[in-house]
Ligand binder design. Structure first.
Ligand code: G6P
Length: 369
């Protein structure tokens, strides 16, 4: 097992550090920048279905559901396709309205999640076209779907999902860009610019990983907290949900993710000097509005950990701590802002002596209801 961990103390840490490679492996052979094309067989072969779809319905569970939420923002923004994101467990029992003109996208690392599999069968029985985004080749979901695209994250052993999440976002971003080009909702010059930037993401993830020691120090300060709040807006709202989930899963600290602007409708009542609040405040995407949320937190004495763009001064002046990520296009920021949140939960759990790779009560893949 020590050999399999490749010198890392835990699988989770190894998998966090594997993300630059996993993302590169996922776009390799698909993102052809010199030719300015994206090649994905499962999308190409079914282009008509995608382009004629009334809407996309994404079904998934857990972390994969969060990747679906990020994809909703990206598909709508770039390709102007209406998207709904559903918990597979709710969808399958809700008598949902599904037609032959719907495209259902099922996201699953393991490809074995019982609820997601059942949701796929239901959608197929109503005549929808079902596309799978799985990591495990030949898994039940990969076989049950009409077509699909694999993530190339490699085996993920840690129960808390890390590289599966960022590679799912990578695949879904490639799909959104391909469809946006086919629909003409983005120009060819923007398309080229986006490909170039996506290609640079693995290096920027690498850079984000360099904050590891700094994040460990912050984790030590807050490890005994009873609650944590995660806030983000737009593309980074699902990242806030995912950050909170990671912390709950492995450290057993109660955490909630919220859209930053919703704070005033409830969570603000929880804020006092004992409450750490992780705020994703990268330079684009309503930055000024997030800064005013930070001011509100500060006036209530909450402890602020800001996830900011390199060189940021404004949040730095207000926050108790900042963790920097490199600058990128707004729709690609989740691939970077996720990294410090993974490391934060990892270090808190390790400092609390928790079983990081196999947290209590959780399974890597939930094959029963
Ligand atoms: C379990 C795992 C999570 C995972 C979820 C969905 O709860 O512990 O890490 O996100 O299942 O799994 P899937 O394999 O369908 O992505």
């Amino acid at each position: 097992e020590q050999i399999e961990k490749g010198g890392y103390e835990h699988f989770m840490l190894k998998e966090i550090h594997e993300q630059p490679k996993a993302i590169r492996d996922t776009y390799r052979g698909r993102l052809l920048r010199n030719e300015a094309i994206i090649k994905m067989a499962g999308v190409e072969d079914n282009m008509k279905k995608f382009l004629n779809a009334n809407r996309f319905i994404i079904v998934a569970c857990g972390t994969s559901w969060h990747a679906g939420l990020v994809a909703e923002y990206i598909f709508e923004d770039l390709a102007r396709i209406p998207v709904e994101v559903e918990y597979a467990s709710e969808f399958r029992y809700r008598n949902p309205v599904i037609t032959e003109n719907d495209v259902v996208i099922a996201i699953s690392q393991s490809g074995e999640t019982a609820d997601t599999l059942a949701a796929i069968k239901l959608a197929k029985s109503k005549g929808a076209f079902v596309f799978g985004v799985c990591n495990v080749v030949g898994s039940s979901i990969a076989r049950e779907t009409n077509a699909g695209a694999y993530t190339h994250a490699g085996p993920e052993i840690g129960v808390a999902s890390t590289k599966a999440f960022t590679t799912q976002i990578t695949v879904l971003t490639l799909m959104a860009l391909r469809l946006a080009r086919a629909k003409g909702t983005i120009s060819s010059s923007d398309f080229r610019k986006y490909l170039l930037e996506l290609e640079m993401i693995p290096n920027k993830v690498e850079k984000s990983l360099e904050s590891d020691a700094h994040i460990k120090l912050i984790s030590d300060i807050y490890k005994d907290s009873n609650n944590c709040l995660y806030l983000g807006r737009g593309f980074n709202f699902p990242v806030a949900l995912e950050g909170a989930l990671k912390l709950k899963e492995i450290s057993y600290i109660h955490a909630e993710g919220y859209p930053a602007a919703e704070m005033k409708h409830g969570p603000i009542a929880l804020i006092d000097e004992n409450m750490p609040i992780i705020v994703i405040a990268t330079k684009k995407g309503h930055y000024e509005k997030v800064v005013s949320n930070i001011q509100e937190i500060k006036s209530r004495k909450g402890k602020i950990i800001g996830i900011v763009t390199e060189g940021d001064q404004q949040v730095k002046a207000l926050a108790d701590h900042v963790i920097e990520v490199p600058e990128t296009l707004e729709f690609l920021t989740p691939l970077l802002t996720t990294i410090p949140l993974q490391l934060l939960s990892y270090h808190m759990a390790v400092l609390l002596n928790k079983n990081v790779d196999q947290p209590r009560n959780l399974a890597k893949s939930v094959t029963v209801e």
